[in-house]
Each structure stands twice: as structure tokens, then as C-alpha cells.
Design a protein around this ligand. Structure first.
Ligand code: 6PG
Length: 231
């Protein structure tokens, strides 16, 4: 199957975040209307934080939102570099999503034990309604890095020797990321431009292995878009 990818370019990271928020809220309204719940997988890293901060100021049927993470860094629960900590500070700590609806990845258990525990939870949760991801400058996504091979059947995998610190992580794997009604990747900044170019030209990057039957929506800003500007 040739994976359908819809590339949409916006002026700057703020515009990317604004568009992402509108699409997330629309997906939530549709999921809740059709199935009574909205299951979203949140991206880690810094790119989506603007969108999370905007969501903190929005109105939605929050009690019907169920939140999962695409990956987590094996750090203490209160470490400032934990994705859960960054997402809580940007949005979820002040949101009306019930705490019991937020499934943080138990990375404090260590990569192996935490991945096994989260794999059981993900197996019971799929299909998701929306998977939100970022992309690294090397084309990684979640904590799926170039040159690292994982069992293709495993939903959630332990990661060691990650090139982006910390070395130990837990990541949803491709079959879990693909088991979703929608998949959106947010990419901003000139540092991502070469990886976007490689993705568009068919390079075997981790992000290029993503699949979604409904197609993949990539929201990027002009700085990350090889089709604009110098170079
Ligand atoms: C992480 C993220 C990772 C991130 C990319 C992009 O834990 O680091 O999950 O996959 O999405 O590295 O990171 P930035 O958005 O900070 O550029």
C-alpha cells in the first residue's frame, strides 16, 4: 500500500499549533458524537507544547477524552525533561480531563517493565482516534530511531542507546501508531528541513514507516519545508 501523506505548510509554529488544535477539537467532537469517547495519543518533545497550551484555553467535552502518550523518557516522574511533566505543565495539570482518563507511561519502572505494562494498556485501548507525533532532525518519531530494530508485532517497545537523551525510553511501535483513525505529524523549524526532504524523497527514515489507513497529515512551517526558502 502506498501511504497517502497530505503535506500542509503554514507560516510559522504558532500557525501550525493553531491548525493542529482545530483538527484535534474537530476529531474529538466527531469521536464523541459517534462513539462517546475520544482517544488521543500525545506527542512528546517541544514542538507540540504550543498546541497543548492553546488546548488548555479551549472548551471541550473533556470528561470523554482519554489521553495516551506516544513515548516517554526513562526519568523520575517529576523530572523536568519527562514528556509527562512537560505536557502536564503546558496543559493537563489545569485541564478538566479526569486524571483517571490520562494514561501516563510508567517509565519510572524502567524501559522493559514499563513497556510491558503499557503494552497491555495499549492493547486494550486501540484503535485510537488520533495519534499526534513529532519528528526529530534525524527522522525519528516517538522514540523510534534510525538503525534501531524492534519486533514488528510488539505494540510498545523498550528503547536503549537512544541518540537523543535520555538513552532509555519507552515507545509505541509502528503497529500501535498505525491503529488509529487519524495520524498527524507536527514538524517546525529549519533543523527539520533535511529530514522532511529525505522523507519526501523516499529515504528509509523511521517517520517514513508510519502508516494510517486514512492517510497521514503532516503540518509543517515554512522553515521546515524544503519547498520554501533557500537550500
Ligand atoms: C521525545 C519525543 C520525540 C520528539 C522529536 C521532536 O521524547 O523526544 O517524543 O520523538 O517528538 O524528537 O522533538 P522536538 O519537538 O523537541 O523537536
Amino acid at each position: 500500500m502506498t501511504q497517502a501523506i497530505r503535506w500542509q505548510c503554514f507560516s510559522d509554529p504558532q500557525a501550525v499549533a493553531g491548525e493542529a488544535v482545530q483538527r484535534i477539537l474537530t476529531a474529538a467532537r466527531q469521536a464523541i458524537a459517534q462513539r462517546g469517547a475520544f482517544k488521543i495519543v500525545l506527542a512528546g518533545g517541544s514542538t507540540p507544547l504550543q498546541a497543548y497550551r492553546q488546548l488548555a484555553d479551549c472548551e471541550a467535552d473533556w470528561a470523554r477524552w482519554f489521553v495516551y502518550l506516544g513515548d516517554e523518557r526513562c526519568l523520575p516522574v517529576d523530572h523536568p525533561e519527562r514528556n509527562s511533566r512537560m505536557i502536564a505543565e503546558a496543559w493537563l495539570a489545569q485541564s478538566r480531563i479526569p486524571a483517571e482518563n490520562i494514561a501516563w507511561i510508567p517509565a519510572e519502572l524502567g524501559a522493559q517493565q514499563g513497556a510491558a505494562a503499557y503494552g497491555d494498556l495499549v492493547r486494550a485501548a486501540v484503535p485510537f482516534d488520533l495519534v499526534l507525533l513529532g519528528m526529530g532532525e534525524d527522522g525519528h518519531t516517538a522514540s523510534l530511531f534510525p538503525g534501531q530494530v524492534h519486533d514488528s508485532e510488539t505494540l510498545v517497545v523498550p528503547v536503549s542507546d537512544a541518540p537523543k537523551p535520555p538513552p532509555d525510553r519507552i515507545s509505541l511501535n509502528y503497529p500501535a501508531l498505525a491503529d488509529t483513525r487519524a495520524l498527524m505529524v507536527l514538524v517546525t523549524g529549519a533543523g527539520k528541513r533535511e529530514a522532511v526532504r529525505g522523507w519526501q524523497q523516499g529515504a528509509a527514515l523511521p517517520v517514513a514507516k508510519l502508516e494510517c489507513a486514512a492517510g497521514i497529515d503532516v503540518l509543517l512551517d515554512e522553515a521546515a519545508n524544503p519547498g520554501t526558502g533557500p537550500g
